[in-house]
Write a protein that binds this ligand. Sequence first.
Ligand code: FS2
Ligand code: SF4
Length: 543
Amino acid sequence: MFCFQCQETAGCTGCTKFGVCGKSPDLARMQDLLIYVTKGLSEVTTRLRNEGKKVADEVNNLVTINLFTTITNANFDDLVFYERVAKTLSTKEELLATLENKENLSEAALWNASTKEEMDEKSSKVGVLATENEDIRSLRELIIYGLKGMSAYMKHANALGYDSEEVNAFMQSTLAKTLDNTLTADDLVALTLETGKVGVDAMALLDSANTGTYGHPEITKVNIGVRNNPGILISGHDLKDLELLLKQTEGTGVDVYTHSEMLPAHYYPAFKKYSHFVGNYGNAWWKQKEEFESFNGPILMTTNCIVPPKDSYKDRVYTTGAAGFAGCTHIKGNSEDDKDFSQIIEHAKKCKAPVEIETGEIVGGFAHNQVFALADKIVDAIKTGAIKRFFVMGGCDGRAKSRNYYTEFAKAIPQDTVILTAGCAKYKYNKLPLGDINGIPRVLDAGQCNDSYSLALIALKLKEVFELEDINDLPISFNIAWYEQKAVIVLLSLLYLGVKNIHLGPTLPAFLSPNVAKVLVENFGIGGITNVEDDLKMFLGEK
Ligand code: FS2
Ligand code: SF4
C-alpha cells in the first residue's frame, strides 16, 4: 500500500505497511481502485456532456459518494469498496454504450471486471505511485484530495436537496484530467487553482443548503454535561441525519447528544425546539475510544472521523451514509422516507445514561450571519484598538502530541486578539477561559470544517468595511491545523480568494513534492509552524 493523503501519514512520507489511521493494505488498494474506476466513469460522463447529453443525478451522486467514502477515517469496510467498484463499473459500462465518440479513451474508462479476483489484481497497480513523476503525482493528488473535500460538501448539500451541475461537471472533468498524461505541471497548477475556485462555489452551495434548511447559526451556549436518561451520541457532519434522528427520538425518552464535528448543530435555530437535544459529549474525534466507552449508549457515525472501535463498545457503533466499519451495523437509506433509526433507538433504551465527564457550557454560533449582525461592535473594537488582530485557527484536530502547539498558541496570543475558528481544531482551545473583548468572545466558532466558508466571508466583509484593496492588508493571520482532505479544499479555496501567508501545521502535507511546495511558498507564502514563541513574533511582525 502507499497512502499519504492525511497529516498523520507514517514518518511524514507515506503509510506503506498499515495506515496510522487503521487502514489495512487490502482496504487501501480497494480505495485506490475505487478512485481509479471513478476517474474512468468521470471521463465517460465528461465526454457525454461534451456530446450534449445530460448526466443523471444518480451518476453525479455516485461520483460524489465514491470520493467521500475514501476520505480519511470515513469507511473501513472492505465489502463496501468491492460493491461500489462493481456499481461504478456497471454504471460506466451502461454510459459507455451510449457514447458516440469512443476514440482514445483512457484505460481507466475502458477497464472492466466481473470478479473479485480481477478487482484484486488491478487494485495493486492503480495506486498513487502509478504516476512516476513526483511533481505530476503531487499535483494530481493535491487536486484529487481537494475534490475529495469538495465531495463532502456536495454530499451534505445533496442530502438537503441542493445540487449544482457546474460543480458536478467540474469534479468529473477534473478527475478525468488526472488521467491525462499530456497535461504538464503548469497545466496542473492552473487546475489546482481552478479547483479552489469551484471549492468556493461548493462551500457556498452547502452554506445555502444548511442555512436555507435550518436557519442561520446564532450565538448559543451548549451544555457539556449530561442528564439521567439513556442517550444516543451522533458524530460526523451530516445535519440531515441529525434532523431525522431528532424527529425519530422525540417522545421516546432517549436523549440525543452531539460529538466532535456535530457540536455546531446546536447553533442552528431549527434544532433548538427539541428538548431532548441535550448537549455535546466529549471532544474531537481522536478521543473517541475513551469517550464512546463512557457514553454507555449507541453512537451514530454519519461521516468521518471513525477510530477503529474497541470490542468493548463496537456493538454500540452504527454507521450511515459514506461512513462504515466492518462488523458495525450500517443504517441504509438516503432520505426521510427510507432512513430508519429505530434499531438504534431501541438499543439506546436498554443502555445506561452517559457517565458525566465534564460540566459547563461552550459558546459558539459565530457563522457569517451572526458575525455580520455584530459587525458594528467588531468594527468599533478594531477602530478603537480593543481588537488588534484576528487569528484564523480553523481546521482539524488529531492525536499527534505536537498539536498541543495550538493550545499553547491560543493561550499565548495577546489579550487584544481574537481567534476565528471552524472544524474540530477548536477542541484544542474552546474550553480555555480566554474571556472576551467588550462582550465579543475571544474564540469565535463558526461551525464545522464544512463551515470554513464563513471565515472567508467574514474576512471579505472586513475588507469591504475597511475599504481595503487586498484581503492581506487586514489584521488577520492564518495559522491553520490540517488533518484530512476537507482541509485541502479549504486551503485551495483560500488561495483562490487571494489569501497569502497561510501557515499549516503541525506538519506540511507529505504529498507536496519539493517543487510543488516551492511553488506554493513562492506564489502564496505558504509556510509551516515552528514554536509558539517564534511564530507569534512572526505573526505579530516582531521579527
Ligand atoms: Fe475533524 Fe475529522 Fe471535520 Fe476533519 S472530525 S479531522 O475529518 O472533517 O474536521
Ligand atoms: Fe496513512 Fe492517513 Fe492514508 Fe490513513 S489516510 S493510510 S493515516 S496517510
